[in-house]
Design a protein around this ligand. Structure first.
Ligand code: GAL
Length: 374
């Protein structure tokens, strides 16, 4: 039987989705990135969740001026099938009007990340929360949950993670509250600022956060519903002063990119590798390749997320950086760069303009799992 032409067209349109996957459109690090309405994308300190063939970009919605670094609106979400054309899906998690709410307008909501829990079929968002009017002293983790990927996310709770739990492999001399921050905070929970989430191949999820007055990152396993710490965690690089963690797995090894501690001002990135999620982590040095100035300030950016793409039988990573504009927060820029490999080390080079075809041309690791779009 011949399919009528109008039906063929209708099916074609339905299957095409919001934007066709294409490889010729360019990423332009540091430029204005317009969304489908022509407005610069407002998703800073963000992360990407791939779900059912669509990419969702969650990030901090900033507003104009210096006060635009505070949460005036909430967490913004965009969708894309090709990583270059982004549709504005609105505010995934809105700030509250209620002055008693932890996420009241004027609090700090940073580095939101979303993962999907197949058991509960819920989308779970974690973010760094600072309570209104308290600067950065609260150092808490916030959790919000949604039934639909774009939200609305419903705020659940906030806390300092891992109260009452000691990290694995902790040296005995670190258990003295007089000399150790981790011991000082043992009862009330560990400080948690810059953060990301990671789901391992076995389905276990982890929360990475800058702790111990920002001197040590922790990696903390999440409960089966991904909404709480499971109580099992490890310190990553003790006293190495890392933040802005971006993690990915490649050929069975875990790679981590971080920054040093200099607030909104850029500094030199670092990279690490481990063969076990709880370490030990080996330093691989500054992943930036380029001029000394580019290496010193990571092209003016700070890491926020590392995305793994499976395309044409290959797995490759894109490192996402934020170029902060703290005096006019809404004008913050994004620098996404393909991860290249040099003697077993992940490295990034500045590119004014690059496409997914350029990414495809890089040497690859063959993907173990079926490929996804784009
Ligand atoms: C940076 C951090 C950002 C933000 C900023 C505030 O160190 O990476 O996410 O918290 O400090 O000064």
């Amino acid at each position: 039987m011949k399919t009528p032409i109008f039906l063929t067209l209708a099916i074609g349109l339905l299957c095409a989705g919001p934007a066709l996957a294409q490889t010729d459109k360019a990423f332009e690090p540091g430029a204005v990135w317009p969304d489908d309405k022509g407005v610069h994308i407002n998703a800073h300190g963000g992360g990407i969740l791939e779900h059912a063939g669509v990419y969702y970009w969650f990030g901090e919605h900033k507003t104009e001026g210096g006060a635009g670094n505070l949460a005036q609106v909430g967490v913004h979400v965009y969708s894309s099938r090709n990583l270059t054309d982004w549709r504005d899906e609105g505010i995934a998690l809105a700030v509250a009007d209620d002055p008693l709410s932890d996420i009241v307008k004027g609090s700090v909501i940073e580095r939101p990340k979303v993962i999907y829990n197949p058991g509960t079929r819920k989308f779970v968002m974690w973010f760094h929360l600072e309570l209104k009017g308290q600067g950065y002293s609260a150092a808490r983790s916030g959790v919000a949950v949604a039934d639909k990927v774009t939200g609305p996310y419903v705020y659940q709770t906030s806390f300092r993670p891992n109260a009452g739990a000691w990290p694995i492999h902790l040296a005995e001399d670190q258990k003295d509250p007089a000399t150790s921050v981790i011991a000082r905070d043992h009862k009330t929970g560990q400080m948690a600022r810059d953060m990301t989430l990671f789901v391992d191949d076995d389905g276990a999820a982890y929360h990475l956060y800058a702790s111990e007055e920002n001197h040590t990152l922790h990696i903390s396993r999440l409960s089966p519903d991904f909404q709480r710490p499971a109580g099992e965690y490890a310190r990553m690089m003790p006293f190495a002063d890392d933040e802005a963690p971006a993690i990915f797995k490649r050929e069975g090894s875990y790679y981590l990119v971080t920054s040093g501690l200099s607030g909104w001002a850029p500094n030199a990135a670092r990279s690490y590798v481990a063969s076990h999620i709880y370490g030990p982590w080996t330093a691989l040095g500054n992943p930036v390749r380029g001029t000394p100035e580019q290496a010193k300030i990571t092209f003016g950016g700070q890491s926020t997320h590392a995305m793994t793409l499976k395309r044409k039988g290959c797995e490759r990573q894109i490192l996402m950086l934020d170029i902060w504009r703290p005096k006019n927060a809404i004008d913050g820029r994004y620098a996404w760069l393909p991860v290249e490999w040099e003697a077993g080390k992940p490295v990034v080079r500045w590119r004014e303009r690059w496409t997914l075809a350029d990414l495809d041309a890089l040497p690859c690791h063959s993907a173990a799992t079926p490929e996804a779009t784009p």
